[in-house]
Design a protein around this ligand. Structure first.
Ligand code: ALA
Length: 381
């Protein structure tokens, strides 16, 4: 199988991710923070080490402000539902995933919250000046994706952060697509909250993610329960990360995520970006040469986090993806990618898009074979 669906989840993972996940399960898979015995303490320390690793990866000074979740969706829900209050106004972009738009729409319906979706150009590119125009006195939150999971377009995050900071607005970044191949510094980018999955570009196992909450931001938890701390009180402890981490953590997954981040640090984020973009470039140029293809992604490493989004004119994306899988053993993702807004912006709600998302372990031979498959499909049309 040629796996080109790394935007859904990265596969394969670095060897150390498998090894460390299993080692944790076999050697110290006790419940972190839930006991005074040595194995529980070891598990707590190893989880803390990963928190610190994530902290240093994103330049987060206090790792206790990083709360583990099961994925970025949960993290975004914590940030959005936990922060907004009746009467608040939110600004967001037209390239957002449903994990941003669905909570916002639900709050609009149930809690009198309003939101503005700022338009992008044909490739989903966004101008921070348009965000400025959307600011109202009641605007309390700006939420944006780092880069689109549909076509990889990268948002002007630094400008957005600056604008939010200048206007006293909280900036929540959805780093689902791009963390691991785009350098993120929460201080430099004025990021107040950041949601990210562990299983995509950070190369960890599924079932891992986190939210970073800047010091000074207070959220109401959306899940309550055991935290391993202050069991004598019947309300949720206020300190982080416990406030947001009810229930047993995915300890083996978190340990695997730590190994994923180690791999990225060792390889170098720029090297990973370079590898992915080499493949993205070859795919773009190859598709342009094949013809009969419409491309929705940009062939520029600074504007694209590593996705090739295309359609054969007139053919439904699911049909193409099905043939690639069944005939050529190539995994892509078609349809709407849980991102209705982005497809509305790109004009592809009816057809969907065939998405190719290479990862750091794909080879140039695999990319050649993919182009050969597309050439054959095109010739048979
Ligand atoms: N949000 C993930 C994707 O883009 C699952 O495929």
């Amino acid at each position: 199988m040629i796996y080109l669906d790394n935007a859904a989840t990265s596969f394969k993972k670095p060897e150390a991710v498998y090894e460390e996940t299993i080692k944790c399960m076999r050697e110290y898979g006790a419940n972190p923070g839930r006991g005074g015995h040595s194995l529980s303490i070891r598990a707590s320390m190893e989880v803390m080490r990963v928190r610190e690793k994530i902290g240093s990866f994103f330049n987060i000074k206090d790792p206790t402000r990083i709360c583990f979740t099961k994925n970025a969706t949960e993290a975004l829900n914590i940030g959005i539902l936990g922060y907004l209050k009746e009467g608040d106004h939110v600004i967001t972009t037209s390239m957002e995933h449903n994990s941003v738009i669905r909570p916002l729409n639900t709050l609009k319906r149930d809690r009198n919250i309003e939101y503005t979706v700022v338009d992008c150009n044909d490739f989903g590119e966004m101008d921070a000046d348009d965000i400025k125009k959307a600011i109202r006195p009641s605007t309390r939150l700006l939420v944006s994706t780092l880069s689109s999971n549909v076509n990889g377009i990268v948002m002007p995050v630094k400008d957005m952060g600056k604008l939010a900071a200048e206007n006293g607005i909280c900036f929540l970044l959805d780093a689902s697509q791009g963390a691991g191949s785009i350098k993120i510094d929460v201080n430099e980018m004025c990021i107040d909250m950041m949601a990210f999955p562990g299983h995509k570009g950070l190369l960890g196992p599924q079932g891992t993610g986190a939210i970073y909450i800047r010091d000074g931001i207070t959220l109401s938890p959306i899940i309550f329960g055991g935290t391993g701390s202050h069991s004598e009180i019947i309300f949720q402890p206020e300190m982080l990360p416990d406030n947001m981490e009810s229930g047993t953590l995915n300890t083996p997954g978190i340990i695997g995520l730590g190994a994923g981040i180690d791999y990225i640090e060792k390889t170098g984020i720029d090297e990973i970006k370079k590898r992915k973009h080499k493949m993205v470039k070859i795919l773009h140029e190859g598709m342009e040469e094949i013809g009969k293809i419409k491309l929705y992604s940009k062939n520029n490493p600074d504007s694209n986090s590593g996705i090739v989004a295309m359609n054969f004119y007139e053919i439904d994306s699911t049909e193409v993806s099905y043939v690639l899988d069944k005939v050529y053993n190539i995994a892509t993702r078609a349809g709407l990618h849980c991102s209705l807004l982005a497809h509305q912006a790109l004009g592809t709600v009816k057809s969907g898009i065939v998405r190719f998302s290479p990862g750091p372990f794909n080879t140039l031979d695999e990319i050649d074979s993919t182009l050969n498959a597309l050439r054959e499909i095109s010739n048979n049309m």
